[in-house]
Design a protein around this ligand. Structure first.
Ligand code: NDP
Length: 246
């Protein structure tokens, strides 16, 4: 009943949205879960406390994914605190919309740092500690295969990049029994898709199922990929989008 018993997980960007749903789900499934956040200490501490109150193990770590040293330190702290690292979920991500005509280079660099470079750094740091049976899941996006609307070129580029990084990392780590996969959600109801965002009405109208996804509907697939049954699945991208890209 607890498929992730005795496993230790680290989720980046775990205070809100898909990351938070993943933290909860992995904890429910029996894992000890560390997670990073950058700007929501209250939400992070509440989430950790609620898991501990329910009898689980959780650790909130402030670490900006754009800061290589902080991210590496978060991996080390997870291992020091829980004694191992079996599962890494890269969920931290940012969406900055804008046309190529005037997209600021600082925003470009920040998105690449958080959405791409941090995924590489976390995989590198985590893989060092993982044993046979290790699991790495990255949250990409359906935007990595189809941009869909104007203003999302840089975001989509970062998500296409992680899709290929995952495939390469899967090959690098295959002989060690560590799987690496990419989950590509379509529009999910989180702060990233707050109702006041200009792209949201357009996206909502394009949903075949007439609703956005819930974070838990992504977390369930992450949990499956993190489990023992998914040992033969590696180097793959999985779409979870209510038919959006069909
Ligand atoms: P949210 O904006 O709801 O939450 C983002 C989370 O990431 C927060 O916990 C935030 O921490 C954390 N985070 C942001 N920047 C950093 C950083 N520099 N370092 C550490 N943590 C950071 O996002 P979603 O849950 O919607 O998105 C999660 C992932 O899923 C992202 O990679 C996103 O691109 C992807 N995705 C989302 C979709 C959607 O429709 N929502 C669709 C497809 C993919 P804090 O709370 O401290 O700010």
């Amino acid at each position: 009943t607890n498929p992730l018993n005795n496993k230790v997980a680290l989720v980046t960007g775990g205070a809100r949205g898909i990351g938070a749903a993943t933290v909860k789900r992995l904890a429910q499934d029996g894992a000890a879960v560390a997670f990073t956040y950058v700007s929501s200490p209250d939400k992070a501490n509440d989430l950790a406390a609620s898991i501990v109150a329910a009898g689980g193990r959780a650790l909130a770590i402030q670490a900006d994914s754009a800061d290589e040293a902080a991210l590496r330190a978060a991996v080390e702290r997870t291992v020091a605190h829980f004694g191992a690292l079996d599962i890494l979920v890269n969920s931290a991500g940012i969406l900055q919309m804008g046309s190529v005509e005037d997209f600021a280079l600082a925003d470009f660099d920040r998105m690449v740092a958080v959405n791409v470079r941090a995924v590489f750094v976390a995989i590198q740091a985590a893989a060092k500690h993982m044993k046979d049976g290790g699991r790495i899941v990255t949250i990409g996006s359906v935007s990595g295969t189809r941009v869909g609307f104007a203003g999302a070129s840089v975001y989509s580029m970062t998500k296409a990049a992680v899709a290929m990084l995952v495939r390469g990392a899967a090959l690098d780590l295959a002989t060690r029994g560590i799987t690496v996969n990419n989950v590509q959600p379509g529009p999910v109801e989180t702060d990233m898709n707050a109702p006041d965002q200009p792209h949201v009405p357009h996206v909502r109208a394009m949903m075949p199922v007439k609703r956005l996804g819930q974070p838990e509907e992504v977390a369930s697939l992450v949990s499956y990929l993190a489990g023992a049954e998914a040992a033969f699945i590696t180097g793959s991208s999985f779409t979870v989008d209510g038919g959006y890209s069909a």
